[in-house]
Write a protein that binds this ligand. Structure first.
Ligand SMILES: [Zn+2]
Length: 458
């Protein structure tokens, strides 16, 4: 009796939070097709499964076993011009034990589709592997499996397993929602979603971590919706303290991807240095023949602080780089976000460094660049003038000899330094923010609703 009451309380609690404990089966397909690699027609590929092999028929959602080879644990799969042929290993010279020519309908898997594991070319996957002929010479390897088991192989690749469970659960719902919203995304290649950053990184069985699998199980079937459709839960590692909107960064209005200040996102700072030479060659390689770069100007920023237009001035012209190209051109692992300022610049067109006239005992004054010089003050201390500006003290008071940013070149910077915050596009959920929220006691659904405006989770 105690157990029943406990369950009732749980049901009431969950329904009060606006969450159904039941999955929405019409939205979560039984199987998902994940592109894992490609190969060539005419090449042989080894596969193994300790439970033996079976051939399955796939009809959109349903799967039926059509043949099983329980005693054969190691096989060779080879596609010829017409058929996909299955041989026991070392028996390629014999007729195949199974052949089929409809490469979108049949696939091979362990005899146990629920728990079995199949290894192809040394990598292990749950479910089965479909070989789709996407051209006369190309074979696509596609992992066909239960979406929940797919998520086991996604979560540890997308968020650190050291993060708190509620943050991992938020990521699990985000990853599931993304997958459900992108069924058929790569249908021209025979699969729903791919295993790279283009969709979501998926590493199969070897990447699974028990804590992440628990986060998947504890949110089983839960999908985030907006206006009745699964939400593409975009996220980045850190948003620099302000969530960007899809409209400001990608130019497309998306109701649940709005801009607002993030109270939980922890500080994350970075700097990136580029020499004049490096900068000039980056611009040239990107197709902007503006000669040697002599200036850089931020032309436009979003409300959230992201640079959306950056101008480079060169000896042979100007180039204005838009938001979609800035990071890819400069290197997105170097320029970690668009939220940066130019903190140092010693490009040659900049104003001259601080100078002063120095009068020697002979009485003639010569112009000297202050930075890098040293002076002896009235107490005999040597002061190295390395800063951008120098305070000179006369009997009548202080005055400042102001250098320009250009004099920072004397600090060892020949080019520019960008100082930024945040990591990624800063749209949607901040993973570090989700971690901080989980540590502060927020639940996974509160975290998701904080980052995705107006969503429901069911
Ligand atoms: Zn993709």
């Amino acid at each position: 009796m105690k157990k029943v009451i406990g369950l009732l309380i749980l049901l009431i609690t969950l329904s009060c939070a606006g969450i159904s404990v039941f999955a929405a089966p019409e939205d979560v397909p039984d199987y998902i097709r994940v592109g894992i690699s490609s190969g060539s027609v005419g090449s042989s590929y080894e596969a193994s499964s300790s439970d033996g092999f079976a051939i399955y028929q796939y009809d959109g959602g349903d799967i039926t076993q059509v043949e099983s080879f329980e005693d054969i644990t190691d096989i060779v799969i080879k596609a010829d011009e017409e058929y996909i042929n299955i041989y026991p290993v070392d028996e390629e010279d014999q007729p195949p034990v199974y052949s089929y020519n409809n490469t979108t309908k049949y696939f091979v898997g362990s005899t146990d589709m629920e728990e079995g594991i199949i290894s192809v070319s040394g990598k292990s996957y749950r479910g089965g592997v479909m070989l789709y002929k996407s051209s006369a010479s190309t074979i696509r390897f596609i992992n066909v499996l239960d979406p929940e088991k797919y998520l086991y192989g996604v979560l540890p690749k997308e968020m650190s397993s050291s993060y708190p469970l509620e943050a991992l659960k938020a990521q699990a719902v985000a990853a599931r929602s993304f997958a459900m919203g992108n069924i058929n995304r790569h249908s021209s290649l025979g699969y729903d979603i791919c295993n790279t950053q283009c969709c979501q990184v998926y590493g199969g069985v070897s990447s699974e971590v028990a804590k992440c699998s628990s986060a998947v199980n504890e949110t089983s079937g839960m999908v985030a919706y907006y206006a009745g459709k699964p939400v593409s839960c975009y996220y980045s590692a850190n948003n620099g303290g302000y969530i960007e909107s899809s409209k400001d960064i990608w130019g497309t209005e998306v109701g649940y991807l709005q801009t607002k200040k993030d109270e939980y996102n922890p500080e994350y700072n970075w700097t990136a240095e580029f020499t004049t030479e490096k900068l000039s060659s980056i611009l040239k390689n990107a197709g902007y023949s503006i000669g040697t770069v002599t200036g850089i100007n931020i032309k436009e920023k979003t409300e959230g602080g992201s640079v959306t237009s950056l101008e480079f001035v060169g000896t042979d012209g100007k180039a204005v780089i838009g938001k979609s190209k800035i990071r890819s051109m400069l290197g997105s692992s170097t320029v970690k976000s668009l939220k940066f300022t130019i903190t140092k610049s010693s490009l040659s067109s900049e104003a001259s460094p601080a100078k002063a006239y120095v009068k020697g005992v002979s009485g003639s004054a010569t112009e000297k660049i202050l930075s890098g010089m040293s002076v002896v003050d009235k107490n005999g201390n040597v002061v190295i003038l390395a800063a951008d500006s120098v305070v000179a003290q006369a009997d009548t008071g202080k005055s400042t000899i102001q250098g320009s940013a250009a004099s920072s070149g004397e600090d060892g910077v020949d080019g520019i330094v960008l100082s930024g915050k945040g990591y990624g596009h800063c749209i949607g959920m901040s993973q570090m923010g989700a971690k901080a929220m989980a540590e502060a006691g927020f639940s996974y659904d509160e975290i998701l609703k904080y980052y995705y405006i107006g969503i429901t989770i069911k």
